[in-house]
Design a binder for this molecule. Structure first.
Ligand code: NAD
Length: 500
């Protein structure tokens, strides 16, 4: 049976890739190749950017109200196709259908935010900043913007970017992960059906060659990136070198601090969902628990009991809690981390190595894994594992826990579980992390707030969606105006003008 080859989406049409390079797209649940993705070369990226550049003047001139109406139709189509998109995301990523549907919904909420763009683009106005002089600020589009996205949220992460960029009057080239390209391509078609003019959104799957072509293209004005820290740093450096504005979100090591006064049954349920949901392949997954004082000894059995009950299998089966990881190589890397944790002296409470899913022997599965008594020098603490491996460290008191979290190089998300308002308030005030949960394990901000971490989890100044997204995708201009009366004269002055 021949394997289907997907097309690019350029200038409102499917376009066959001709670089000669392709990547296999797997169904991680079965290990089978489901389609082939062409990998764009510089010429193909150039064609996508040219289409975006050509579409820019008319789109920029389309009023925000009309842009907002097209966004509204897009939102309606996305809702009508939510299950189909979730199925596609689950097929190529491996996450369960319920999880995939939830992440599509979170993406749709960004479109919903962007529907209100006439309001979001309102500037400021001040009358009489000087005698007869008024001043106003306005937000204008940046130009052609590009997005480079990771494998783990095939719909949601692209939706953090292009709806806001496009609503603000920009045109867009999206380079989705070559491991999960189909959801982005499907969304581009739906946007086109909603009335988006040709060329405003273009989708070109590819790898580093396509990324480099975007980073150095003179017509690309802004780069949004989400992925691992090493690549985020490279994107930040290179895009800045080429004079572009850039926001590059990187990897994570998210800690949950559990205080002894917390409701531990509630906390254990919350942590299990946050650690093993999406097989731990979420940038906001809780991968590290810091148990304070005697919380650890009481929490561990609760975590173990719940983690052992999780059903692992293909994500399209309703009884399954946790699907496979993205690839055989990633599974092997995670298994290597589990080997290293055991070798370096952590207690392996639950071992997910060697799990078999009957009927899916070639799928990329790792079972839920739990380590206790992990110390900060161990590799499983120092590195992002991005799999279903939860590690528990012990801290003597709140201050030691806080110090541990703040010393970690990453700063994406974190949570504290406690009944104490005092410790909760200290946590939110003193923690050096961008997104904080108080008895909320995955504090992903809603679309009308902004998403982004601190430290090695974000390179750049502005977070995604919400008002920071609007700031990223617009340039502000300030106009100062005076309308002198017909006969009014003022003496020529060479000193720096002052008003008032
Ligand atoms: P990745 O960094 O390997 O890939 C991300 C994107 O960059 C892909 O489109 C890929 O094609 C491209 N890319 C990969 N290597 C490249 C290179 N050398 N040069 C240029 N481009 C390159 O990340 P991934 O494995 O797809 O995703 C998982 C990572 O993403 C994890 O580290 C996770 O924490 C992170 N992530 C972060 C957030 C966040 O909001 N901070 C959200 C989701 C995922």
């Amino acid at each position: 049976m021949s394997i289907p080859v997907i097309d690019f989406w350029i200038n409102g049409k499917p376009v066959a890739g001709n670089s000669g390079r392709q990547a296999a797209v797997f169904n991680p649940a079965s290990g089978a190749v489901v389609r082939m993705a062409p990998l764009a070369d510089a010429g193909e990226v150039g064609r996508a950017v040219a289409a975006a550049q050509a579409a820019l003047p008319a789109w920029r001139a389309t009023t925000p109200l009309r842009r907002g109406r097209i966004m509204t139709r897009f939102r309606e189509l996305m809702e009508a196709h939510r299950d189909e998109l979730a199925r596609l995301a689950s097929e190529e990523h491996g996450k369960t259908l319920a999880d995939a549907a939830g992440s599509v919904q979170r993406g749709i909420e960004v479109i919903e935010f962007a529907c209100g763009v006439p309001h979001l683009l309102k500037g400021e106005h001040a009358e009489d900043v000087g005698r007869g002089v008024d001043c106003q600020s306005m937000l204008q589009p940046v130009g052609v913007c590009a997005g480079i996205t990771p494998f783990n949220f095939p719909a949601m992460v692209p939706l953090w970017m292009f709806p806001v960029a496009i609503a603000c009057g920009n045109t867009f080239v999206l380079k989705p992960s070559e491991k999960v390209p189909s959801t982005s391509l499907r969304m581009a078609r739906l946007f086109s059906e909603a009335g988006l003019p040709d060329g405003v959104l273009n989708v070109v799957p590819g790898d580093r060659e396509a990324v480099d072509a975007l980073l150095s293209h003179p017509d690309v004005r802004a780069i949004s990136f989400v992925g691992s820290t090493a690549v985020a740093q490279y994107i930040y450096r290179t895009a800045a070198h080429h004079g572009k504005r850039v926001q590059a979100l990187g990897g994570a090591k998210n800690h949950a601090v559990v205080m002894p006064d917390a409701d531990l049954e509630f906390t254990a349920d919350a942590i299990i969902g946050a650690a093993y949901g999406s097989a731990g392949e979420r940038c906001m997954a809780i991968s590290t628990v810091v148990a304070v004082g005697e919380a650890g000894d009481r929490l561990l059995p609760l975590l173990k009991e719940r983690a052992s009950r999780l059903v692992v299998g293909p994500g399209d089966r309703p009884e399954v809690d946790m699907g496979p990881v993205i690839s055989a190589a990633h599974r092997d890397k995670i298994v290597g981390y589990i080997d290293s944790g055991a070798a370096q002296g952590a207690s392996l409470v639950l071992d997910g190595r060697g799990i078999e899913v009957p009927g899916h022997e070639n799928g990329f599965y790792v079972g839920p894994t739990l380590f206790d008594h992990v110390t900060p020098d161990m590799t499983i603490y120092r590195e992002e594992i991005f799999g279903p491996v939860l590690i528990v460290l012990r801290a003597a008191d709140f201050d030691q826990a806080l110090e541990l979290v703040n010393a970690n190089p990453y700063g994406n998300g974190t949570a504290v579980f406690t009944r104490s308002g005092h410790f909760a308030r200290r946590f939110q005030h003193e923690i050096e992390v961008g997104m904080v949960g108080i008895n909320v394990p995955i504090p992903v901000p809603m679309a009308f707030f902004s998403f982004g971490g601190w430290k090695a989890s974000l390179f750049g100044d502005l977070h995604m969606h919400g008002m920071e997204g609007v700031s990223f995708y617009t340039r502000s201009k300030v106009v100062t105006s005076r309308w002198p009366a017909p006969a009014e004269r003022s003496a020529a002055g060479l000193a720096m003008p002052t008003l008032g």
